[in-house]
Design a protein around this ligand. Sequence first.
Ligand code: 4AD
Ligand code: MG
Length: 477
Amino acid sequence: SQRTKIKALLAGGQTGTEVTVKGWVRTFRNNQFIALNDGSTNNNLQIVVDFQNTDEALLKRITTGAAIAVTGQLIESLGKGQTVEVKATSIEILGDSDPEKYPLQPKKHSLEFLREIAHLRFRTNTFGAVFRVRNSLAFAVHKFFQEQGFVYLHTPIITASDAEGAGEMFHVTNFDIGNPPRTESGEVDFKQDFFGRAANLTVSGQLEGELGAMALSDIYTFGPTFRAENSNTTRHLAEFWMIEPEMAFYDLNDNMDMAEALLKYVISYALEHNKEDIEFLTQRLLEEEKQKPQQERSELNLLDKLQFCLDNDFMRITYTEAIDILRDSSHNKKKKFQYLIEGWGADLQSEHERYLVEKHFKKPVILTDYPKEIKAFYMRQNDDGKTVRAMDILFPGIGEIVGGSQREERLDRLEQRMNEMHIPTEELWWYLDTRRFGACPHAGFGLGFERLVLFVTGMGNIRDVIPFPRFPKNAEF
Ligand code: 4AD
Ligand code: MG
């Protein structure tokens, strides 16, 4: 298929040459001007049709959504909005699109409507921009780690372990639904559902990642993870992609440095390589903001927000310091935060995180040293007996984007904590082996990829930054 991508033509195609382009018709005006898009950029290529010398039947088939191939001469455009256009000498219809039935009209559709036709929403400017940015961010993640000698480790999707110990797993089964294995008391036996063993979809590749790091030094995973929590929020998916680096000989400070460097690197990569798309998304948000009352509009636009994130150090404070700040804030008639006065030890609610990031510090915040009761079993225990070497990174407009920790490398302390939390040490014997043979300080974190894409695109709902969102009752395509 000899064809030139529209992005390349608009960026510097040689006028006077003959070109072939292929794409989908966005609009066809006055029987003369086709706006053609091939997904390489949001900017359409204008095709000028010599309608007097074109078959009437063919003209009728140039409709919104149709796939066409055009050959013609690239010429300088006299019209506004583009530098070059194509004067068509031949047009071929590759695939018709019945304008009466095609769900996408050349007008602005709501994101809610587009979510219902997720199979076609790729063809809109907004989703074109979002998925090109998503692609760049994924590439940048690999580039960042590869440049530093990390090994990309493929951890399993199907596993028997519950890495987070939170019980939010989807079972994997190969048994006959009509005739499942049963326990003696007659209940379905989920301990046997994967060829006679228990198995579920992974909630995190961390535990396996730690095994890799205990030999390869620095590894990262980047793959889908699954949570069976029944969350219908704009920040949760049942299937999301996570990036989980794990580094031997790292402590919590090294871990924070690594996470901050990663975030800044990938954001700056997207700003550089997807400038056009991020500018488009910035403009889109500004339009949206105009509908809101003045006091609810954000102070910075999307581009400035991203740049600000690059230019400033993330704030680093402990959970205990954060509680003090929230407590003080609640003295100032902010009733919402009042309940925190009662208890050190409570998990932060999203409004608390928002207060810290958006109102108090006005920049990304890394919270460390959480109470051990609200964190996973594998985090390294501090000498105070109350807190662990945890870190969460909170981002404006997003909340928690990264969760991580220094790991408990001391076998006795780890076993003791697992026992306290009723996590079966026998089942995780292989994990504990790394603490028996050549244990060393190490640390890692998980970056929620969709939350990162949310931040960089300025989109408001996590279902709009993954091509095929999985959330309760949604798995059709
Ligand atoms: O905080 P989480 O649960 O941490 C872990 O899974 C650790 N094992 C990571 C590690 O240390 N290697 O999840 C990490 C991140 C969160 O900060 C959030 O960005 C994202 O994953 N995340 C979700 N994103 C979308 N939908 C969900 N249901 C998510 N749950 C977590
Ligand atoms: Mg977390």
